[in-house]
Design a protein around this ligand. Structure first.
Ligand code: TXA
Ligand code: MG
Length: 345
């Protein structure tokens, strides 16, 4: 417990060729109640706070503060017409951000929040173009990670209405599932007053399910831990999965996304020197470098992004991936890795 200003070692600096001053944001491990209050105040003051959610780490900013939100875009290197998800502490807060909410969306929120699902709803006047990328709708989510929930409720006690938080990675790269990965991704963009809340490794490891709730029927835009079947059973509607398109403005739907630096190949034969990720019951091809052996699909999702980062950190040119075929998260893993594989083609 407790605050700790983690300064990265001189060797680390030299190897990364950046200055000491560039890395001076504060990192707080297992934050206490008071430390979370401090983070909420930092957000209210217009600073950035990276925080854990049950899916991946988010890079948070006050969703009503245009200047703070513009820093999120610049730190990530994300085009400004790509919308951000607004995180709130509970379903009662959605009235600030959304109007004309369909009955089925209320049912989904009641059933799955707090949890790994984002609902796209018609925006209120509070959801400005700098959050929605100029679209008439807004993405909302109530995360379930206790640190995220407490930051949100402390922020709301200070008069805040919601925290905009994309995944805390560079645009197009792999989402971070640990505080160290946030540093590795975004260190040079942080300034002294920014914070990283370290709440350990994210439990799910794959980004939230996104459901478009702006039409008569719900539509899954990005698969995640809340599956199509779960949404169908609560909403009472049969769903279609949206095909990815390369020209869409929503980056989670772009087919070029979620990519490590290494080339990703799906279900291909790994050759000598290639990285290899597969369930533990699949043997390592001769000469391949086994990056991980998750024992089931949940473990696979939990470890996947860190394993891809490991492959990059040891300078692999190619990572061969054998996808898990069953389990709640297999569709989401397929979705992300298909996009990662397309990215370097
Ligand atoms: O699990 C998650 O959703 C994580 C954690 C931090 O909550 N967040 C996350 O945010 O993955 P981001 O920005 O990396 O991905 C969100 C996706 C993007 O593809 C974005 O374009 C899409 O959601 N999105 C956000 N608002 C939208 C909107 N109004 N309409 C359509 N797509 C939207
Ligand atoms: Mg993202």
């Amino acid at each position: 417990m407790g605050t700790r200003r983690r300064r990265v070692s001189v060797i680390y600096f030299i190897s990364k060729l950046v200055k000491w001053d560039d890395l001076s944001m504060e990192i707080i491990s297992n934050p206490t109640h008071d430390e979370i209050k401090k983070a909420a105040q930092a957000l209210k003051d217009g600073h950035l706070v990276a925080f854990p959610t049950e899916t991946v780490y988010g890079l948070g900013a006050d969703a009503t503060n245009e200047k703070a939100v513009s820093r999120v875009y610049s730190v990530k290197g994300r085009p400004t017409d790509h919308p951000l998800i607004v995180h709130v502490s509970c379903i009662n807060q959605i009235g600030h951000w959304a109007v004309d909410i369909p009955e089925y969306a209320i049912k989904l929120a009641q059933e799955f929040w707090p949890g790994p699902i984002t609902l796209i709803l018609k925006r209120s006047q509070l959801a400005k173009d700098f959050i929605t990328g100029g679209q008439n709708n807004v993405g909302l989510r109530v995360p379930t990670h206790p640190v995220a929930l407490e930051v949100l409720s402390q922020f709301e006690k200070l008069g805040g209405k919601g925290i905009a938080a994309p995944s805390a990675n560079k645009f197009g790269a792999v989402s971070p599932t640990s505080a160290q990965s946030v540093i590795d991704e975004l260190e040079s963009g942080f300034i002294d007053e920014d914070l990283i809340l370290d709440g350990g490794q994210c439990e799910i490891g794959i980004e939230s399910t996104i459901v478009d709730c702006t039409n008569y029927l719900p539509k899954v835009l990005r698969p995640g831990a809340i599956t199509k079947e779960m949404i169908e059973s609560i909403s009472g509607h049969v769903l279609k999965l949206t095909e990815p398109q390369s020209n869409t403005r929503a980056p989670g739907m772009l087919s070029t996304h979620y990519s490590p630096r290494a080339l990703v190949e799906l279900n291909a034969k790994a050759e000598t020197g290639d990285g290899f990720i597969a369930l533990s019951n699949i043997p390592t091809p001769e000469g391949a470098i086994r990056l991980g052996s998750p024992s089931n699909t949940e473990q696979y999702a939990y470890q996947l992004y860190e394993l891809l980062r490991l492959g990059d950190s040891i300078g692999l040119r190619k990572i061969c991936i054998v996808l898990p075929l069953t389990g709640k998260l297999s569709e989401a893993i397929f979705d992300r890795m298909t996009k990662a594989a397309v990215s370097r083609k």
